[in-house]
Design a protein around this ligand. Structure first.
Ligand SMILES: [Cu+2]
Length: 366
């Protein structure tokens, strides 16, 4: 069927909110001047921890600016950007690059709108395996607050106890709380053997599917509640530290052989094309687009009442407005692949995030 370019443009315009006035990101390949330090949460001083939390609280009260219908705050907009493209940034080659971009967008907002100047923390989940409820990351005073309580699973203490989230999976709005259901069973997926198995992968497609399997499921399932919802998870500020950990692991893997891995990318833009196969340690063997049933890896347990909404399945229809927009000239993910944040920040390409030491990310990973 012939589809007119004008029609596609209109679809893109509506679906992605593309603006003809948006300025393309100017690629900077050289090393950047002031790198952001990425460190484990446990390496921050109490003052640094409080500053970081203050930054997220600021984003939760800063008015929305990207023109997203229903968003009241910058935090809502970040969550929306994840919801709207959930099927195109999970179980695809762009999973790790997209989340590296998304973390950087969050970091950028912290700095430019909330005057945050400190390091960017990640959650070293391996250290908390078997002991999630004792983790300092859930400290009520110097952390993200504790477990959820009651049937709703709403967190009742700590700095984020009274935060209101708004977006639902279908992009409609209804106010709800940040919920959690801390459990060790799911966090077990982040154990050292599983991490080592991922780092031992030879190819990008293997490290990606390995990391997106058990280690990715571990943080989402271990915290559970809002975090275990594939769509809504960025509502809980822990999301950024969990994905920060995965991102650091990807960079650790790249660093083991930079000459080969600095620009190594692959996988599919949708999970239904050729070449998609689970790597070592991977838990997803079924096609999320093929039969409509989302393959839940271990670490994504049933939400046992802690989730305010039923856990949805991913889209089973592929939206051409997304796939054409990726700019890969096919279903295989390439360095040209467009990364998009619902116009919170400029679009960039996967090439722009491959090297964390320069360009868009400009980080120093410890
Ligand atoms: Cu995600």
């Amino acid at each position: 069927m012939f589809v007119s370019p004008l029609f596609l443009f209109s679809v893109l315009h509506l679906t992605l909110g593309l603006s003809t006035a948006s300025i393309p990101y100017e690629r900077k390949q050289e090393e950047c001047d002031v790198k952001t330090r990425h460190v484990s949460w446990t390496d921050l001083t109490s003052t640094e921890k409080l500053e970081y939390i203050k930054g997220d609280l600021c984003l939760m009260s800063t008015p929305a600016k990207a023109g997203i219908h229903g968003a009241k705050t910058r935090w809502d907009e970040l969550q929306y950007a994840h919801i709207v493209q959930v099927s195109y940034v999970h179980f695809v080659g762009a999973f790790l690059p997209f989340h590296r971009y998304f973390l950087t967008v969050h970091e950028h907002l912290l700095k430019t709108e909330c005057n945050y100047t400190g390091p960017i923390p990640y959650w070293d989940e391996t250290s908390d395996v078997g002991n999630i409820k004792e983790s300092t990351i859930f400290d009520v005073e110097t952390g993200f607050g504790g477990n959820g309580t009651g049937l709703s699973g709403c967190i009742a203490d700590g700095p984020f106890a009274n935060i209101t989230l708004r977006f639902r999976e279908d992009k409609t709005t209804k106010e709800y709380c940040i919920s959690r259901h801390l459990n060790d069973r799911a966090l077990e997926g982040a154990n050292k053997d599983n991490i080592d198995a991922c780092l031992a992968a030879e190819k990008f497609t293997d490290v990606w599917s390995c990391l997106e399997g058990r280690p990715h499921g571990a943080g989402h399932g271990g915290v559970s509640g809002t975090m275990v919802n594939l769509f809504l998870s960025p509502g809980d500020p822990i999301f950024y530290l969990h994905h920060g950990f995965l991102d650091k692991l990807w960079w650790d893997w790249q660093s083991l052989n930079l000459s080969m891995r600095l620009n190594e990318i692959g996988g599919n833009n949708t999970s239904s094309g050729p070449g998609f196969g689970p790597g070592p340690g991977s838990n997803f063997t079924r096609n999320p687009f093929g039969n409509g049933s989302f393959p839940l890896p271990p670490g994504f347990p049933p939400t046992n009442g802690s989730n305010p909404f039923p856990f949805p399945v991913l889209n089973t229809t592929i939206d051409r407005a997304f796939t054409d927009y990726f700019n890969d000239n096919g279903n295989i993910t390439t360095l040209n692949h467009t990364l998009w944040s619902a116009n919170i920040l400029e679009n960039i390409t996967i090439a722009d995030v491959m090297d964390v030491r320069g360009g868009f990310v400009c980080g120093d990973y410890h």
